[in-house]
Design a protein around this ligand. Structure first.
Ligand code: PHE
Length: 443
């Protein structure tokens, strides 16, 4: 497997943004906002994205670009000792992410297929829509089948080599995606009750924000930016070793947070207009959006377009999750791209079996009150991503900082350095420890 490079800086930005903008922004963000009390959550989330998220994104890109290798190998090349364990942990994290990501990706395929073949399904009755979501996710055959379909499409793209395909795909899809979101928002804000929802989303009420909410916002900020799991180390390793990083990182952060803001502005007002329960959880987008489409002329086609775009957004992310796993299998065990994708893909699909059955036959099969799907999300969001972020922060802040500083100066961003160092070296690790302690000891 020869080391590929991005075609251009724009190509890299779009691929990295393609990884960042995905189910985190469109599917997870709105229901976390719903669960954790609206505007205050949004503010805390944005704060994390633009401070710690940005700093760690830059740090990961720097590690990858400098080492020209994906996580485990990169740590070994740059420092050795026990640092490669941070890389191995990040592979575990990526595997677990795909263990539930593929399931939701499968739902997007199901919604496209259903909207396409069954125009009679358009309704704005939220009970019918909730029942439809539950039927789809709880029947083992459809849950496993759609998950398998999404997993296979992801694997096919990774086998083909992502750079050319993904770069080109993102260039077309990203603008289309943002335009569609804007059009839908304009539509939804005109529905009765919707403005009230938008106001709730945008006006913070800190009394509704708990410590768990803050930890979840940190985890989601990392998840949405794809940091904390070595993914940006991999994508960074395909950049030319002299290429500047700060502007790329800023673009990725800006596009990812814009996607979150827009999807919140779409889904939350719709939720108010159609009186869907804010704690509807993972089904939220899949229940509110079809209700909205049912009111629009040509709604069936808009529904197809919307879920197709969500599918593509998910695909440009899932590919970026599988790619570093394949690259790890290559670096550590000499697997070819084909073999790595097959082995990695099959292993991940095995993990998807319990997660995809969590909404049906395995819903009572819980650990700490969580079925496998929620458990995987919890381990990723609350434990592994912050832990990976901590590893990267300590590494860049204390081990390779002089090189990072030199690189910042070289690209004309030297004045950021005195600001970035304390964030990366001290504030990020301290914040992560404080949040964990609070979560562990709060009743
Ligand atoms: N950022 C992606 C999303 O929001 C998920 C992701 C996480 C992708 C980690 C790569 C690595 O959907």
């Amino acid at each position: 497997m020869t080391r590929e490079n991005w075609g251009s800086q724009l190509g890299f930005i779009l691929a990295a943004a393609g990884s960042a903008v995905g189910l985190g922004a469109i599917w997870k963000f709105p229901y976390e906002v719903g669960k954790n009390g609206g505007g205050a959550y949004l503010l805390v989330f944005m704060f994390f994205v633009f401070t710690f998220g940005f700093a760690l994104l830059l740090a990961e890109m720097f590690i990858g670009r400098t080492a020209q290798a994906s996580a485990t190998m990169a740590f070994r090349k740059l420092a050795g000792a026990w640092w490669p364990w941070v890389g191995r942990m990040s592979v575990l994290c990526l595997v677990l992410i795909l263990g539930f990501y593929n399931v939701v990706g499968g739902w997007t395929i199901a919604y496209v297929a259903h909207a396409f073949f069954d125009s009679g399904l358009t309704t704005e009755n939220n009970l019918t829509l909730t029942a439809r979501f539950h039927a789809l996710t709880s029947q083992p055959a459809s849950a496993l089948g759609y998950t398998a379909a999404f997993s296979m499409i992801t694997a096919v793209v990774v086998v083909a080599g992502v750079q050319q395909g993904i770069e080109r795909l993102c260039k077309v899809l990203m603008p289309l995606f943002f335009i569609t979101l804007l059009v839908l928002i304009i539509w939804v804000l005109q529905l009765p009750g919707a403005l009230e929802g938008a106001r709730g989303f945008l006006s913070p009420d800190f009394s509704r924000l708990s410590a768990e909410g803050i930890i979840s916002a940190l985890g989601l900020a990392f998840f949405t930016l794809s940091v904390g799991c070595g993914m940006m180390i991999s994508y960074g390793s395909y950049i030319h070793s002299e290429a500047p990083l700060v502007r790329s990182a800023l673009w990725v952060v800006a596009l990812a947070s814009l996607a979150c803001l827009l999807s919140g502005l779409l889904v939350i007002p719709a939720m108010f207009a159609f009186q869907v329960d804010p704690s509807a959880g993972p089904g939220l987008v899949f229940i509110t959006m079809p209700a909205l489409f049912a009111q629009m002329p040509g709604g069936q086609w808009i529904e197809i377009l919307f879920f197709l775009l969500v599918f593509f957004a998910a695909l440009t992310s899932s590919v970026s999750i599988l790619e570093p796993v394949v690259s790890f299998l290559h670096d550590e065990f000499g697997f070819s791209r084909h073999r790595g994708t097959l082995v990695g893909g099959l292993f991940i699909y095995m993990l998807c079996i319990p997660t995809s059955l969590s909404f049906g036959v395995l819903s009572d099969w819980t650990v700490g009150g969580m079925a496998p799907f929620a458990l995987a999300g919890y381990i990723v969001n609350d434990i592994l991503l912050p832990a990976g972020g901590m590893g990267v922060a300590l590494f860049v802040g204390w081990v390779v900082w002089p090189a990072m500083q030199k690189s910042l100066i070289k690209e004309g961003a030297g004045r950021w350095a005195p600001l970035l160092r304390p964030v990366i070296a001290i504030a990020a690790p301290a914040l992560i420890v404080v949040l964990w302690l609070h979560a562990a000891f709060s009743p």
